[in-house]
Design a binder for this molecule. Sequence first.
Ligand code: SF4
Length: 167
Amino acid sequence: MKIRLAAILPNSTVNGDGLRKVFFSQGCSHHCQGCFNQHTWPFNGGKICDCDQLINETLEETYLSGVTFCGGEPFQQVIPFAYLAKKFKKNKINIWCFTGYTWEELQNLITKDSNVRELLTSVDVLIDGRFNKKMMNKKNKFPSTTNQRIIDVQKSLKINKIVLWKK
Ligand code: SF4
């Protein structure tokens, strides 16, 4: 399985809770106002990587608190991200994911694409919705805007209602 990535950040403390490895997806059609990662928009950019190699390397890095998927738009490369997520989950690796889709949009996509369900059901925490630089949220250590929510995915799926993540 191959995946197109804009970059990998081996160690980050500003893309989720704790020390995380960050996988930046290449390709995003949302084109949010003030996006910090506009180089990730083209779907033909970045670098093609082997998913199993990424997984095996990451499993060796036992000092990590977890991994983060961000963008680009991970849900627009849903098959390889679901593949990564499933394997990470199986190995008890904590997964955060940034998406430009809202939770409600993903619930709609789930009914049309089982891969969306696969990815979402493996993720622990989701930061959802379009970025808007006019609505900057200074409370979070990662760039985010006040319309975006930090969602506890597993609890939310269980009761079919958004439950916000608490540390
Ligand atoms: S979803 Fe993320 S990568 Fe895509 S345009 Fe918005 S902020 Fe940029």
